[in-house]
Design a protein around this ligand. Sequence first.
Ligand SMILES: *Cc1c(COP(=O)(O)O)cnc(C)c1O
Length: 426
Amino acid sequence: MSDRLPGFSTLAVHAGAQPDPTTGARATPIYQTTSFVFNDADHAASLFGLQAFGNIYTRIGNPTNAVLEERVAALEGGTAALAVASGHAAQVVVLQQLLQPGDEFIAARKLYGGSINQFTHAFKSFGWNVVWADPDDIESFERAVTPRTKAIFIESIANPAGSITDIEAISTVARKAGVPLIVDNTLASPYLIRPIDHGADIVVHSLTKFLGGHGNSLGGIIVDAGTFDWSTGGKYPMLSEPRPEYHGIRLQETFGNFAFAIACRVLGLRDLGPALSPFNAFMILTGIETLPLRMQKHCDNAKAVAEFLAGHPAVASVNYAGLPSDKYHPLARKYAPKGAGAVFTFSLKGGYDAGVNLVSKLQLFSHLANVGDTRSLVIHPASTTHSQLDDAAKTKSGAGPDVVRLSVGIEDKEDLIADLEQALGA
Ligand SMILES: *Cc1c(COP(=O)(O)O)cnc(C)c1O
């Protein structure tokens, strides 16, 4: 073996996996079992006391899921990861380790709609208070910091318009405030952006989207960068204080630079329960093997479709950071030089009716509420995901009545453009 560090595509195929030691199976098997037999009573006791690593029960860990965890940690450049049942489950588990009731976290205003709901309503009922900031105005993050701030949450490529966030600038704010920066890297995937390289302390994903990539399995993951010191100022007692449920051990002291991933597993996943099915882990692992190939094709197709739309007389404007004229193009060149992702919005001169008309006429694009599928997807937010908002609120969140969102798939770009052409022209 040479001393070369494996490249990204090699890691996407191999990281975390080896031939199954008992059967020789080359693909990672689906360990479809709830529980695992202990070697003896001492072994059982040491597993329960966190003195040894090993399998106990699939709500806490599973060998198929472990391969997925190791692979995504490697792709993101983190120390460890924890797979959970969905992207939203990842967000709950992360914040549960960081916030006590009455605490605050700062979140970028441009987020996945489901995250806005989760933060505004569900998290409020836990006593976790979200304070919104504008990702285009870095000072708005500084102004939002208070003594109760425990974290900052942003998306790398942000919903709904695929805008690019200045991760390094916001990480500087987080450092100064002494809080971790959490980056939702779902729309970029580590192929396009590795937030840890730009100062993120925690990365979360909805594996449901580009990482799984085939629109067939829900999943989520948390990656620990291993960069944050949880012991300062008693701000993070879950990590720094003795844990009564584990004989008084302190997680940071015991587990060092992967203490956060351990806390998410042994305090978050164990007690909240959103475990990922090993079957879904298998589907997502298979998807990740082709992530670099798919992501490049997604980006190349998205750029071609955006260029076509920008030149079409029925289109008022296109928001795609991959176009040189776009306001986010300089940030895209810095953070995502291989491509600006495949999710973006455009607006139609014909307004609301033109949006409804377009989604009903498209044939190859599926009209549904998802992104990051091999198939091309379309949604008219004003008549669907954002229909409960008034017109002013729709426009403010980037989902005005004339706006259509695309998630461009990996079909032939000529076919996608032909479909848009017939639907726009008719
Ligand atoms: C879909 C999505 C989520 C939520 O993930 P689920 O797997 O649906 O729970 C979070 N963030 C972003 C950016 C998403 O696209």
